[in-house]
Design a protein around this ligand. Structure first.
Ligand SMILES: Nc1ncnc2c1ncn2[C@@H]1O[C@H](COP(=O)(O)OP(=O)(O)OP(=O)(O)O)[C@@H](O)[C@H]1O
Ligand SMILES: [Mg+2]
Length: 337
């Protein structure tokens, strides 16, 4: 198990700064996610950590040792890619053995290691199958087994589940979490899917435009975002400026500040006489129903548990908006920017 320190990493491609004086600390055994929109620099940061790319400045430390100048194979890290990167003409066991053969590991040791790693990823029965005959989820487990078998101290994941369909993604994600917990390997997991990051992580770093916006536990980044980017990206929060806060909720934010409310913290209530909002869209998704409400020019997203609703609203209904408690408290979430 390793700890990882990313110190002042800056990286430019041509004249564009992709990562800007970036600092992160990942603790031993932690499942740490880096989440942010497409193009914000996640893969670049992971590749620099793995030694596949060099930073313009800054340092990478693994177990307090500066590895910035070391090649990938000397860093005791494994990397799991989105596209699995398996050898299509080989069987499951040949794919897993490959890395160990390069390290000139003894044949009998390789066999034992393959047996035990296949048990961990529940694929013992597919030992001699060609990898192309496996499902997407099974292939992803082989790519994970191939990394685990080399006994890395740190595993880097680059959107490993994004090629899987929804159900398989959830199943593989639960399995991944179990494996990581059992093996206790420090993991850095890159994704643009904030739900995945919330579900899997001990802590999350929110990245935008190559800058860390916030680091915290899933609860902290969700309920206590430090700025409007984190509020919007992690919780799909609605942001209300000084004027809208006062008009819609009678809340004074102070000059230039924003009231941030998560969709589930706002309750639309039918009010044909005084309602300032109009329901413009209704999306029923089973457990919950999402109502879009327009007030003047602003579209506000609200989310209600379907079963808890006394009356079902429909497009065109006039509503007033009530604030429910914010994270179980009466304190409002006011942000500077
Ligand atoms: N080798 C390269 N040469 C030039 N520009 C690059 C190179 N690699 C990445 N970039 C640019 O750096 C920026 C960050 O890319 P990166 O792949 O790190 O983003 P990402 O956060 O992983 O995005 P995604 O979620 O789409 O995978 C992008 O604008 C990309 O075009
Ligand atoms: Mg990427």
């Amino acid at each position: 198990m390793a700890n990882l320190e990313i110190r002042g990493i800056t990286k430019k491609f041509n004249d564009t700064t992709v990562l800007s004086d970036l600092n992160l600390d990942v603790r031993q055994g932690e499942f740490f996610s880096i989440v942010g929109p497409s193009g914000c620099g996640k893969t670049t940061l992971l590749r620099i950590t793995a030694g596949l790319e060099f930073p313009d400045s800054g340092k990478i430390l693994i177990n307090d040792t500066d590895v910035t100048a070391l090649p990938p194979q000397k860093r005791k890290t494994g990397i799991v890619f989105q596209n699995y990167a398996l050898f299509p003409n080989m069987t499951v066991s040949e794919n897993i053995a490959y890395g160990l053969e390069i390290l000139k590991t003894d044949k009998s040791v390789i066999k034992n290691k393959i047996d035990s790693v296949l048990e961990i990823v529940s694929l013992s029965h597919k030992l001699n199958n060609s990898v192309t005959s496996l499902s997407g989820g099974e292939q992803q487990r082989v790519s994970l087994a191939r990394v685990i078998v080399t006994e890395p101290e740190l595993i880097l994941f680059d959107e490993p589940l994004s090629n899987l369909d929804y159900a398989l993604r959830i199943e593989t994600r639960n399995e991944l979490k179990r494996l990581q917990r059992d093996a206790g390997i420090t993991s850095v997991y890159v994704t643009h899917d904030q739900t995945e990051a919330l579900a899997l992580s001990d802590r999350i770093a929110v990245l935008d435009k190559g800058i860390v916006q916030q680091t915290g536990t899933p609860h902290e980044v969700y309920y206590d975002p430090r700025n409007s980017f984190t509020a919007g990206f992690i919780g799909h929060a609605n942001l209300f400026d000084e004027i809208n806060s006062e008009i819609i909720f009678n809340v004074r934010t102070g000059r230039g500040k924003f009231l941030a409310l998560l969709p589930e913290e706002i309750r639309p209530v039918k009010n044909e006489t005084d309602g300032k909002g109009i329901i413009t869209d209704v999306q029923f998704t089973g457990f919950s129903t999402e109502y879009s409400v327009q007030v003047n020019e602003k579209i506000i997203k609200t989310l209600c548990a379907t079963a808890s609703e006394a009356e079902h609203l429909k497009t065109g209904d006039k509503v007033s908006l009530n604030i429910l408690s914010v994270n179980g408290e009466n304190k409002l979430r006011i942000l500077d920017k």
